[in-house]
Design a protein around this ligand. Structure first.
Ligand code: HEM
Ligand SMILES: *[C@@H]1O[C@H](CO)[C@@H](O)[C@H](O)[C@H]1NC(C)=O
Ligand SMILES: *[C@@H]1O[C@H](CO)[C@@H](O)[C@H](O)[C@H]1NC(C)=O
Length: 489
C-alpha cells in the first residue's frame, strides 16, 4: 500500500543517513533530506505523521529546512524564533498565499484567504476596518453574540438534561454570528435554508481539508482525479446564489448614512470607488469575501468550542474553577459580558489553553514568498511555498512545560493572574494572521460562560475513561464525537 510522503523522506534518512546530500540546484535553499520521486499512491497523508516527521527533520536540519513535495521545494519554518523572524519581523516577504488549482479557480484570486497582492491588501484592510466599526455600532458584535448565546442556552434547556451530542448546535452558533455580522440577521436552528447553507460549508471544508486536495495543491500535476472537486464547484455555485440573494436585498434597502452590517459597508465602499476602474471593490469580490469569512469563521470556532467542552468533561476540576469564578465575578442575576473577562483570569487561561492544547490548525495552508528572500544565510526564491509549523510553537516545552498536558497553568502566573504568551500562535502571526481573532475569542468567552452559568456538564462515563485524543481530518485537529448532559443549575 501507499506510503506517506514524509515518512518516505524519513525512512530514507534512517536507512541511509550517509546517503550523499543533494545539492539544491537553485543555490542555497535551506538544507533538507534528499528529494524523492513520487512513490505510488499517496492519498494517505496523515497530519500526525507529517508533524512527527517535521519534528524529527528539524532536529536534524534545524528550524529552517526544505522538503520536497514531488518536485516542488517547500521551506519549513519550525519553532518560535523562525516563525517570529519570518512572519513578524519580515512579514511582507512571507505574506503570499499559495494558489491551489482548486481554490484559485473557485475564488478567481478574490477575497482574503487565497488572494495576493493589492486585492488581498485592500480587502483585508477593509474587512478589519468594517469589523472594527461594527464592534462600536449601535448594535455591537458583542450584542449579536449575546443574542446567539441566549438562543443556544434556550435550545440546550430543551434537551431536559438528556444525553445529547452538542456538535449541531455548536456548529450553528458561529455560523449565525457570521450571518448576523454580514447579513444582519440570524437564522432559526431549524430553518431549512440555513441548514442547507451550513451543510454546504461543512462539505466544502471536508473537501478542502481532505488529504486528496492537499495533495492536489502540492502536485498540481496530479490534479485530475476524483469526483469531489466537481461536487465542490456545484456547492460553490449554490453558496454564491444564496449570498447574491442577500446582497440584492441589501442593495434595495441601503441607507448610505447608516450601514448596519458588512454588506452595507462594502456596498458603500463600492459606491465611493464607482469611478475608479481599477477598484478592488466589486460584486465578485464581495461574494468571494463573504464566502471566505464563512469558511474561515465557522468550522474553526465551532470545533474549538466542541473540543473545549469535551476537555471540560474530562477535567471537572477545571470546570468547577470556572464556575466558581463565574459565581464570584458575574453571579446569577445578570448575564456575562465582555467586561467580565478582565476580571476572570482563570477562565481566560482555560480558553487559551483549550486553543493551545487542541492545536486546531497545526500547519496552515502554505504561504509563499512575495520576492526573493535572503533568510538566515539562505536564498529562498520568490514564489517558494513556505509551511509554518504553528504546532511547534504551541508545543514548545520551555514556554509550556509538559506541553502534552491540558493545564490552564500554562497561562497563569504564580498569583493566578493571566499570563500572556507570545507563543500563543493559534491564530498565526503577522500580516496574514487571522482577522477574526477578536471576534472568535469574544464568541468563545460569551458562549462558554453562558453555558456554565446555566448548566452543569455531566459526562456519560467516568471522566477517567474519556479519551480526548484528536481525530485528524486532513489538516484540522478535530474532537471525536461525544455526548453529554446539560443539567440546569
Ligand atoms: C477559533 C477560531 C479561529 C482560529 C483558530 C483561526 C485561525 C486562523 C489561522 C491559523 C489563520 C491563518 C493562517 C496563515 O495563513 O498562516 C487564519 C486566517 C484567517 N481567519 Fe481565522 N481563525 C478563527 C476564527 C476566525 C473567524 C471567526 C473569522 C471571521 C471573522 C476568521 C477569518 C479569517 C480570515 C479572513 C483569514 C485569512 C487572513 C489572510 O489571509 O489575510 N477566522 N485564521
Ligand atoms: C438613514 O439613516 C439615517 C441615520 O440613521 C436616518 O436619519 C435616516 O432617516 C435614514 N433614511 C432612511 C431613508 O431610512
Ligand atoms: C442563565 O442563568 C442566569 C443566572 O441564573 C439567568 O439570569 C439567565 O437568564 C439564564 N439564561 C437563560 C438563557 O436562561
Amino acid at each position: 500500500m501507499s506510503q506517506l510522503v514524509f515518512s518516505i523522506c524519513l525512512n530514507f534518512e534512517e536507512i541511509g543517513s550517509n546517503a550523499s546530500e543533494v545539492h539544491h540546484i537553485k543555490g542555497k535553499l535551506p538544507p533538507g533530506p534528499p528529494p524523492l520521486p513520487i512513490v505510488g499512491n499517496i492519498l494517505q497523508v496523515d497530519i500526525k505523521n507529517i508533524i512527527t516527521s517535521l519534528n524529527l527533520l528539524s532536529k536534524k536540519y534545524g528550524p529552517v529546512f526544505t522538503v520536497y513535495l514531488g518536485r516542488q521545494p517547500t521551506v519549513v519554518l519550525h519553532g518560535y524564533e523562525a516563525l517570529k523572524e519570518a512572519l513578524i519581523d519580515r512579514g511582507d516577504e512571507f505574506s503570499g498565499k499559495m494558489q491551489s488549482s482548486l481554490l484559485s479557480k473557485a475564488n478567481q484570486g478574490l477575497g482574503i484567504i487565497f488572494s495576493n497582492g493589492e486585492i488581498w491588501k485592500q480587502t483585508r484592510r477593509f474587512s478589519i476596518m468594517a469589523l472594527r466599526a461594527m464592534g462600536m455600532g449601535k448594535k455591537t458584535i458583542e450584542d449579536l453574540i449575546q443574542e446567539e448565546a441566549l438562543c443556544l442556552v434556550e435550545a440546550l434547556r430543551k434537551t431536559n438534561g438528556a444525553p445529547c451530542d452538542p456538535s449541531f448546535l455548536l456548529a450553528c452558533v458561529p455560523c449565525n454570528v457570521i450571518s448576523a455580522v454580514i447579513f444582519q440577521h440570524r437564522f432559526h436552528y431549524k430553518d431549512e435554508t440555513f441548514l442547507g447553507f451550513m451543510k454546504n460549508f461543512q462539505r466544502i471544508i471536508e473537501i478542502l481539508t481532505s488529504p486528496w486536495v492537499q495533495l492536489c495543491n502540492a502536485y498540481p500535476v496530479l490534479y485530475c482525479l476524483p469526483g469531489s472537486h466537481n461536487e465542490y464547484f456545484k456547492i460553490l455555485a449554490e453558496i454564491k446564489e444564496f449570498i447574491l440573494k442577500e446582497i440584492k436585498r441589501h442593495q434595495e434597502s441601503l441607507n448610505l448614512s447608516s450601514p448596519q452590517d458588512f454588506i452595507d459597508y462594502f456596498l458603500i465602499k463600492m459606491k465611493k470607488e464607482k469611478h475608479n476602474e481599477k477598484s478592488e471593490f466589486t460584486m465578485d469580490n464581495l461574494i468571494a469575501t463573504i464566502s471566505d469569512l464563512f469558511h474561515a469563521g465557522t468550522e474553526t470556532t465551532s470545533s474549538t468550542m466542541k473540543y473545549g467542552l469535551f476537555l471540560l468533561l474530562k477535567h471537572p476540576e477545571v470546570t468547577a474553577k470556572i464556575q466558581e469564578e463565574i459565581a464570584r465575578v458575574i453571579g446569577s442575576h445578570r448575564r456575562p459580558c465582555m467586561q467580565d473577562r478582565n476580571h476572570m483570569p482563570y477562565t481566560d487561561a482555560v480558553l487559551h489553553e483549550i486553543q493551545r492544547h487542541i492545536d486546531l490548525i497545526p500547519i496552515p495552508l502554505p504561504r509563499t514568498t512575495t520576492q526573493d528572500v535572503q533568510f538566515r544565510g539562505y536564498h529562498i526564491p520568490k514564489g517558494t511555498s513556505v509551511m509554518t509549523s504553528l504546532t511547534s510553537v504551541l508545543n514548545d516545552d520551555k514556554e509550556f512545560p509538559h506541553p502534552e498536558k491540558f493545564d490552564p497553568g500554562h497561562f497563569l502566573d504564580g498569583k493566578g493572574n493571566f499570563k500572556k504568551s507570545d507563543y500563543f500562535m493559534a491564530f498565526s502571526a503577522g500580516r496574514r494572521a487571522c482577522i477574526g481573532e477578536g471576534l472568535a475569542r469574544m464568541e468563545m468567552f460569551l458562549i462558554l460562560t453562558n453555558i456554565l452559568q446555566n448548566f452543569t456538564l455531566k459526562p456519560l462515563v467516568n471522566p477517567d475513561y474519556i479519551d480526548t485524543t484528536t481525530v485528524q481530518t486532513g489538516l484540522l485537529s478535530l474532537p471525536p464525537s461525544y455526548e453529554l448532559c446539560f443539567i440546569p443549575v
